[in-house]
Ligand binder design. Structure first.
Ligand code: ATP
Ligand code: MG
Length: 465
C-alpha cells in the first residue's frame, strides 16, 4: 500500500530499477583522491588507536581506512567523537589480528576492537545491495551481510559527506560521491535515489535531520522532498532502533535544534510517542526546553549526560499530571507519585523501548523529589548520603528554573550541600516559607506529620534509599 502510494507520489516506477542504475554508475565510479595539501586534515585530530588498527591491517596485506563520520568531522576541523574503520578483511580476519576484538552481529556483522576504554568499530566493505536481500513488506532491508568492493561500500553509505575514506599512512582521502564538494557547500545529499534509500532504511530520515541540525548544513532539495511523504515508514522500524537514533539525536549536543528540524520536516507527528509528548505539552515546554538546553550545554562541554536524567526530564510533566490526578482521588502524596511513575513508565517503556536500567534511573530521580521538601531533622542528612543525590538535585534545580516550584528550595539545598556543619544547622533552623502544593493531597490536606511518621507503613518512598 505505502509502496504504491510512494511510487505514485514520487513517480518512481520500479525503485529496484534505480538500484541497478545506481550499481552501474558505482562500478564506473573512481574515487577522487585528495592529498594532505588538498584536504587539509590535521593529523593531530586523528585517534592513535584508529591509526594502529589501519596500520596493522595494512601490514597484513589488507586495505584499511578511517571512514564515515570521523572523516567528515576531520574535514570540518572537528575532533571526531568516535572512529570507524572500513577494510576488505572479513570480521574473522580482523578478529585474529587484535587481542581484544569481538564480533558483534546485529543487522550487519562488525568487529569491536578495544584499547582500554576506547572502542573502534571495524567493518568489512559491504557489497552492492542485493535484490534478494530479505525485506519487509514496505521494502525495508532486514538483513544484508554481503561483502564487496570498496566502491560498493561507498554506494551503500547514507550521505555523500559520510562516504569518504581516509588513509592515515598516505594521508589521502578517497571521495566516491562528491563528499568534499558537499562539505564545502555545507549540503547534505543522500547517495542514490532518495526514495529508495529511505525505503531500504527509514532511519536515514532521522539521520539527515540530526546531521543537518548538528552540522548546520542545508538538506539538498531532492534529499529533502520525499521525507514528508515517507515519514510514516518509520513506524515499521523496530522501536529499539528508533530509540537508539533518538538517543543519538538527543545527546548530539544539538537536541533542541534537532527537535525543531524534525518538526519542520514533518517527522515528529505520531512517529515517536516521546516527541509528541515533548513538543506538544504546553505546560512542560519550558521545563523540557531548559532540560534540553542543559543537556546540549553539558555535551558541548564534554561532560557526560545520563539517558535516565534526560528521559526523566522529558516525561516529568506527564508524571506531574498523573501525580496530581492521584492526589485528587485521595491518594497520599508519596504513593500517588509512585503510582504516577508506574503509569508513565508502563506506557513509555514499551513505546520507547526504554531499557530497564534507564527506567530505574528515571524512577529514582522522580522519587527523590518530595524528599527535598523535608527540611527538618535527619532527613536532609540522609539524602546527602544518597549516591543519586547529584542527579536528583540537578533535577530539582531544573524544576526551580522552570518556575514549577519556588526557587528558594533549590537555593536552600545548594547551601545545604555546600555548607559546613554550622551552616547546615543554621539552615535546618530556618522555617520554610509556604509548603509546596505537591507535598499534600490536592483536596483533603492532611495535617503535617514528622518525616518519620509520614513514611511509616506506606509504600517505600524512594527506592534509592
Ligand atoms: P556520528 O558523528 O553520529 O557518529 P556517523 O556518520 O559516524 O555520525 P554512525 O552511526 O557512527 O554515524 O555511522 C558510521 C557510518 O556508517 C556513517 O558515516 C555512514 O557512512 C554509515 N551509516 C551509518 N548508518 C547508516 C545507514 N542507516 N545507512 C547507510 N549508511 C549508514
Ligand atoms: Mg560515528
Amino acid at each position: 500500500m505505502i509502496k504504491k502510494f510512494i511510487r505514485k507520489i514520487l513517480g518512481v516506477k520500479n525503485p529496484d530499477d534505480t538500484l541497478d542504475q545506481g550499481k552501474a554508475s558505482a562500478k564506473k565510479n573512481k574515487p577522487k583522491v585528495l592529498s594532505a595539501k588538498e584536504h587539509g586534515i590535521d593529523p593531530a585530530l586523528v585517534s592513535n588507536n584508529a591509526i594502529r588498527i589501519t596500520q596493522t591491517l595494512q601490514d597484513n596485506g589488507y586495505k584499511a581506512f578511517i571512514v564515515g563520520g570521523a572523516v567528515r568531522d576531520l574535514l570540518l576541523g572537528v575532533k571526531p567523537k568516535d572512529f570507524d574503520v572500513a577494510t576488505n578483511a572479513t570480521p574473522e580476519q580482523v578478529k585474529r589480528l587484535f587481542r581484544r576484538a569481538f564480533i558483534i552481529g546485529r543487522r550487519f556483522q562488525i568487529v569491536h576492537v578495544m584499547f582500554g576504554q576506547d572502542l573502534i568499530e571495524v567493518t568489512t566493505f559491504r557489497g552492492a545491495a542485493k535484490h534478494e536481500a530479505p525485506k519487509d513488506e514496505h521494502g525495508r532491508v532486514l538483513r544484508d551481510n554481503t561483502f564487496g568492493e570498496q566502491h560498493e561500500d561507498a554506494v551503500r553509505r547514507d550521505f555523500t559527506i559520510n562516504a569518504m575514506y581516509y588513509d592515515p599512512a598516505s594521508q589521502t582521502v578517497l571521495d566516491y560521491h562528491g563528499g568534499i564538494a558537499d562539505i564545502r557547500k555545507k549540503t547534505l545529499r543522500i547517495i542514490g535515489v532518495p526514495e529508495l534509500r529511505y525505503r531500504e532504511d527509514p532511519v536515514r530520515m532521522l539521520r539527515v535531520v540530526r546531521f543537518a541540525a548538528k552540522l548546520k548544513f542545508t538538506i539538498d532539495d531532492d534529499t529533502r522532498a520525499p521525507i514528508k511523504v515517507m515519514a510514516p515508514l518509520i513506524n515499521n522500524v523496530p522501536s529499539a532502533r528508533v530509540f537508539d537514533e533518538m538517543l543519538k539525536l538527543l545527546m548530539s549536543g544539538h537536541a533542541m535544534a534537532c527537535l525543531q528540524q524534525l518538526r519542520k520536516e514533518g517527522l515528529h507527528h505520531g512517529l515517536m510517542p516521546l516527541l509528541d509528548v515533548v513538543l506538544e505539552q504546553p505546560l512542560g515546554e519550558r521545563f523540557v526546553t531548559l532540560a534540553l538546553a542543559n543537556t546540549d550545554e553539558r555535551v558541548q562541554q564534554g561532560k557526560t549526560v545520563s539517558p535516565g536524567f534526560l528521559f526523566a526530564s522529558l516525561l516529568w510533566h506527564q508524571v506531574l499530571e498523573k501525580w496530581e490526578a492521584y492526589k485528587v482521588s485521595g491518594e497520599l502524596p508519596i504513593p500517588a507519585l509512585h503510582l504516577a511513575a508506574d503509569d508513565v513508565l508502563n506506557t513509555q517503556t514499551d513505546a520507547l523501548a526504554l531499557q530497564r536500567k534507564i527506567g530505574t534511573d528515571m524512577r529514582d530521580i522522580w522519587a527523590m523529589q518530595p524528599r527535598f521538601e523535608k527540611r527538618v531533622g535527619k532527613a536532609p542528612y540522609k539524602l546527602l548520603e544518597n549516591n543519586r543525590l547529584r542527579a536528583g538535585y540537578d533535577f530539582l534545580l531544573l524544576r526551580c528554573a522552570s518556575g514549577e516550584i519556588d526557587a528558594e528550595l533549590g537555593e536552600w539545598w545548594t547551601d545545604f550541600i555546600n555548607g559546613d556543619e554550622q551552616e547546615r544547622v543554621r539552615l535546618l533552623s530556618i522555617k520554610p516559607k509556604a509548603k509546596s502544593a505537591e507535598s499534600a493531597p490536592a483536596k483533603k490536606r492532611r495535617p503535617r506529620r514528622s518525616p518519620h511518621r509520614q513514611s511509616s507503613g506506606k509504600p517505600k518512598a524512594a527506592p534509592t534509599e
